[in-house]
Ligand binder design. Structure first.
Ligand code: B16
Ligand code: MG
Length: 217
């Protein structure tokens, strides 16, 4: 049987949250707003626009539209300078083990990410050819927990949602997968991701036997 396997990017395939943190922190501090790692956690899976809106509201700041656009561009340029230095060593543990097994079993694989930089990142870490479809922040109008990104990924793979499995590190992403009627697999903290059908700390905890069962279910 074929299943559609959909992977989030940031926090699932690579740990780019640390680069988002550095870039948002610099930007926030430059405009006189404090920015902590706890706040960064709340931006996981959240779009660039919504992230800046949240940071401004935490700092009780309102700014004109043109300045908002300038700040977004500034943050992204800074973020891209970190991305430029990425290579295969930044792929999270055992991600290749899982991708290689799914490819060997001829299972369709898609990306389902909120990031507009997804293709660039996949190219930098040399994984772009592992994906049969890529759905990212450029292809959606509604943010997770809306299921749009994952439903688009299912469509691209020509799979029905009920036969798709989503790997996600953010609560909003797990909720998006559940809202899409897909099997949700949380990657990260069990307390944060308790709404997921399964939760693993990382891919080293995911066995080939488990993947085989998902395919055969
Ligand atoms: P960009 P994911 C999300 O990616 C990140 O988790 C989130 O922190 C980021 O703000 C968002 O992408 C947009 O990213 O600025 O590169 O378009 O986790 O959905 O893969
Ligand atoms: Mg993520």
């Amino acid at each position: 049987m074929k299943k559609g396997f959909i992977f989030d990017l940031d926090g699932v395939i690579v740990d780019t949250a640390k680069y988002h943190f550095l870039a948002w922190k610099k930007l926030a501090n430059d405009i006189g707003i404090d920015f902590t790692e706890t706040q960064n956690e709340q931006l996981k899976g959240v779009s660039r626009v919504r992230s800046l809106e949240k940071i401004l509201s935490w700092g009780n700041k309102t700014i004109p539209e043109d300045e908002f656009m300038e700040l977004m561009a500034k943050k992204n340029n800074d973020y891209l300078s970190y991305i430029a230095k990425m290579d295969e060593s930044e792929i999270l543990p055992d991600v290749p083990k899982v991708l290689n097994y799914l490819k060997k079993e001829d299972q369709p694989i898609s990306l389902g990410s909120a990031s507009k930089n997804a293709r660039q990142i996949l190219k930098k870490v040399n994984l772009i050819s592992d994906f049969n479809a890529i759905v990212d922040g450029n292809d959606v109008s509604k943010a997770k927990p809306d299921p749009e990104v994952f439903l688009n990924a299912a469509k691209s793979l020509e799979m029905i949602p009920q036969n798709c499995i989503v790997f996600e590190d953010s609560l909003a992403g797990v909720q998006a997968a559940n809202n899409a009627n897909m099997i949700s697999i949380g990657i990260g903290d069990k307390d944060v991701l308790k709404e997921a059908d399964y939760v693993f700390s990382d891919f080293t905890e995911i066995s080939i036997v488990f993947l085989k069962e998902l395919i055969e279910k």
